[in-house]
Design a protein around this ligand. Structure first.
Ligand code: ADP
Length: 376
């Protein structure tokens, strides 16, 4: 009985009502016990003035009957209160215990991996009128949808990583089998192909490491005033030869009055390198890439435009999502894993900026722009 009482909130509520009724009844009975005789005597004295004195036996008889009537009324009232306590505790249990129990069952199911579990919100949908219990149910549902989202991202990530690893590994394994069986000649092109795939795997792994670092916010920003011109020149130095080799023209057009921007040189350099590298990758020989920078209100915008393959409107908002590639077969040849822009978005947003893409459509080039606030 005691353990049942300990384990059930409904029983605890019921017993608390009983205790209140018991205390009330005891107080009422004691008060009646003390006050009834003197009150009775006072009223009898008042009656005696009008009707004359009553015989002492009759007065005692009257007093005994009166006291019995009071006790009977008290007993009936206590019984009614007891019955009422049962009704009220059943009602309160339904209002309080049922939602709590529902949350308990739901949390157990969530622990078992059923992340689609939700609980009903007692008291309707009007946010302003929700009591603490209803707010707890709302928070519980918010927590479960967040967990569901995290879980689906995790599954998707594992699926994507497995998918990305499969192709280079299959190529390496196929080539090695060919070499072992003597089907493929042990010549430079085969070794180069194996080397390229191993290199792809290595880049994927370091991209993933970097992605997990930036997504967890596990990096420090060393913000200091930065000249955009220095940043762009460093990128040109880095990629200039590759532009020449591919036959793509790289132009730079920076506004003359650009103020220094507070930014982390390495991180923003990494972003710009990624954008210019992508522009080079997605622009055919004979094409053109332009890096421009200008001040717009309280921020500086740096854009990288190309006249390459372009991006269809429906893909524009998605290219910043991890592993998203517009043209999977082209990216595979080019070696992109679809992580670069996700990392770039995290790095820019960590410095208070924004990054977005524009394109008139496939085959008409694209412009990727990021902004950095002048005040941090
Ligand atoms: P990747 O390593 O595949 O280039 P990113 O995250 O850098 O990954 O880019 C995601 C996708 O966005 C690319 O696969 C490509 O489809 C598209 N993309 C990025 N930059 C450009 C660009 N300048 N022109 C056309 N498509 C682009």
């Amino acid at each position: 009985m005691i353990s049942r009482l300990r384990r059930h909130l409904g029983w605890k509520l019921f017993v608390s009502y009983l205790v209140v009724i018991l205390v009330g009844t005891v107080v009422l009975a004691s008060a009646a016990e003390f006050l009834v005789p003197s009150a009775f005597e006072r009223h009898m004295a008042a009656m005696a003035v009008i009707m004359g004195n009553m015989a002492p036996e009759m007065e005692l008889d009257l007093f005994t009957n009166f006291r019995n009537a009071v006790n009977e009324a008290l007993a009936l009232a206590a019984l009614a209160a007891f019955l009422l306590a049962i009704v009220v505790s059943l009602f309160v249990s339904r209002r309080i215990v049922a939602p709590v129990r529902e949350m308990m069952v739901a949390s157990r199911r969530i622990a078992d991996g059923h992340y689609d579990e939700r609980v009903g919100v007692p008291g309707g949908s009007n946010q302003e009128e929700l009591d603490e219990l209803a707010q707890l149910a709302v928070s519980f549902n918010q927590m479960t949808s967040k967990l569901e989202q995290i879980e689906s991202t995790r599954r998707e990530l594992i699926g994507n990583v497995a998918h990305e690893l499969r192709t280079p590994l299959a190529t390496i394994k196929g080539s090695m089998e060919g070499l072992i069986d003597g089907v493929l000649p042990p010549e430079a092109p085969i070794f180069q192909q194996i080397y390229r795939e191993a290199d792809r795997l290595q880049r994927l792994v370091s991209d993933l490491q970097e992605l997990s670092r930036v997504e967890a916010g596990a990096f420090e920003l060393n913000l200091r005033p930065l000249r955009v011109r220095d940043l762009v020149e460093a990128t040109v130095t880095h990629l200039g030869r590759q532009f020449e080799e591919k036959g793509v023209v790289l132009e730079i057009d920076l506004a003359a009055d650009l103020p220094p921007v507070p930014a982390d040189e390495d991180r923003i350099g990494q972003v710009l390198l990624n954008l210019v590298g992508n522009a080079l990758q997605y622009t055919p020989a004979g094409g053109q890439v332009r890096v421009t920078a200008c001040r717009r209100g309280t921020e500086v915008c740096i854009s990288v435009s190309d006249n390459g393959v372009g991006i269809a409107a429906e893909h524009l908002p998605l290219i910043f999502t991890r592993f998203y590639r517009v043209d999977k077969s082209r990216a595979r040849v080019g070696g992109g894993s679809g992580i670069g822009l996700t990392i770039a978005r995290h790095l820019v947003e960590a410095q208070g900026g924004r990054i977005w893409a524009e394109s008139p459509g496939p085959g008409q080039g694209s412009t990727l722009t990021f902004s950095l606030p002048l005040e941090t």
